[in-house]
Write a protein that binds this ligand. Structure first.
Ligand code: SAH
Length: 208
């Protein structure tokens, strides 16, 4: 039988031609990042519920975002919206050091436990408001935002990009989002609007 993670990776490889990303997806068992009742669907190319009204993102979109970030082994990365921790685990395989921030403590703690079990010691889970980024660990070579930011990219995140740093985020409201790729250049920040996507919203402040 084909390893199910490898099966998913092969399916995604037809759309995202980035060998490092595809290898990372084949190496992380997504079934460990979904609730027991969703395990049968863990290797389908779909978003799945993970509790607290949130979802683990669709694999194809995650692969695309990882590819756009063009990560190197030494990169320092900020991940906004830890959720299950799957996207953070993949960032951990592709980069040097990853800080992943989540506003729901329950989700953050479950993600941290999964990452520990997979021995991904370079991924650090933080509970807080990702809208503000993590100024204490900035600057970042790459910033991944896994929740829709509304009309604009949070200014604090742009401010925390290192020279040459890349940021990928779904920008827009509930149902008109596009993936946006921003890059800090010597003269400013270059922003490219890409394809439509659908993410849960980035919510400011602590959970009520
Ligand atoms: N990357 C995740 C899926 C992200 S879903 C995975 O691999 O499973 C988006 C997540 O962003 C949710 O868990 C939600 O609680 C979180 N979130 C929303 N607003 C946030 C904020 N302001 N700061 C931190 N996390 C936030």
């Amino acid at each position: 039988m084909v390893d199910p993670a490898l099966g998913l990776a092969r399916e995604l490889a037809r759309a995202v031609r980035d060998e490092r990303v595809i290898r990372a997806i084949a190496a992380v068992p997504r079934e460990r990042f979904v609730p027991p009742g969703e395990r049968a669907r863990a290797y389908e190319n779909v978003a799945l519920p993970i509790g607290c009204g949130q979802t683990i993102s669709q694999p194809l979109v995650v692969a695309r975002m990882l590819s756009l970030l063009a990560l190197s082994a030494g990169d320092r990365v900020l991940d906004v919206g830890t959720g299950s921790g799957w996207h953070a685990a993949l960032l951990g395989l592709l980069a040097g050091e990853v800080w992943t921030i989540e506003r729901h403590r329950d989700l953050s703690e479950s993600a941290a436990a999964r990452l520990r079990r997979l021995r991904l010691r370079n991924v650090h889970c933080v509970v807080g408001d990702g809208w503000e980024g993590l100024p204490g660990h900035a600057p970042f070579d790459a910033i991944n935002v896994a929740a829709a930011t509304g009309a604009r990219i949070p200014p604090a995140l742009i401010a925390q990009l290192a020279p040459g740093g890349r940021l990928v985020a779904p920008v827009g409201g509930e149902d008109a989002q596009r993936l946006v790729l921003a890059r800090r250049t010597p003269t400013g920040v270059r922003v490219r609007r890409l394809e439509p996507v659908r993410f849960v919203p980035l919510v400011r402040g602590a959970p009520g």
